[in-house]
Design a protein around this ligand. Structure first.
Ligand SMILES: [Mg+2]
Ligand SMILES: [Zn+2]
Length: 225
């Protein structure tokens, strides 16, 4: 861990898809609501590194036909990791701050949280507008200095948005690699875990969010947070 004053507190930044949600919600939306199979070619181009995440997501979202009633019916079936509420409560008790940083979209993540009564959580995500079933994405947190990211999640805690508090990052996938390289403590699973291990970047493996809560409570009790 980076040497910061322990009294300064901490901030938790957490990915949404496949970290808070069970499975990848955005992948599910793209698969279900795409009007043709162009999204698969975009996915393949992104996987191969021929295009960045922004170009990939922009093209995939514009290929959707997703009327709001059908979209919300689909989203209402999404399941969340049962430990997420415990994580929110721990962070509040310990005087920390929790922010969701997602490469999904504000409309989608916002609806899922609101439907479950989780209204007090700050969310930074890409922006979506629905116009007569057509989908218009935009990317308010794109970072010209980081062309691989659609939403460059680290911008929320690097200068000028940094302070003395420790940064804890929790994630699972490729959009989490950039912020994980800049956080003080990283909890990782799935491809993020294997990538960080390959790069020998210290991180804590987790399976579900209850594991993260247990570890954070221990660090907090030992005055390491
Ligand atoms: Mg994810
Ligand atoms: Zn980035």
């Amino acid at each position: 861990m980076r040497d910061r004053p322990t009294h300064a507190g901490f901030r938790v930044f957490i990915d949404f898809d496949n970290t808070i949600s069970i499975g990848d919600v955005l992948d599910g939306v793209i698969e279900k609501f795409s009007t043709d199979d162009r999204w698969q070619a975009l996915e393949a181009d992104w996987e191969a590194g021929r295009i960045g995440a922004l170009e990939c997501l922009d093209g995939q979202m514009r290929g959707l036909s997703a009327p709001w009633p059908e979209l919300t019916r689909h989203l209402d079936g999404v399941k969340l990791d049962a430990g997420f509420v415990a994580l929110i409560e721990f962070v509040r008790r310990a005087g920390g701050e929790l922010t969701i940083v997602s490469d999904n979209f504000d409309l989608i993540v916002g609806h899922i949280l609101q439907q479950r009564g989780l209204t007090g959580v700050t969310v930074h995500a890409n922006h979506l507008e629905l116009a007569g079933g057509r989908v218009v994405p935009s990317f308010p947190f794109a970072n010209p200095a980081c062309p691989g990211c659609a939403h460059c999640k680290k911008t929320h805690f690097i200068p000028p948005n940094d302070d003395d508090r420790r940064v804890i990052y929790i994630g699972d996938g490729r959009s989490d690699l950039c912020p994980a390289r800049h956080a003080d403590v990283v909890f990782a699973k799935a491809s993020l875990l294997s990538q960080l291990q390959a790069e020998k970047i210290p991180c804590i493996a987790f399976g579900e969010l209850a594991d993260v809560v247990r570890t954070l409570e221990k660090l907090h009790n030992e005055n390491q947070l």
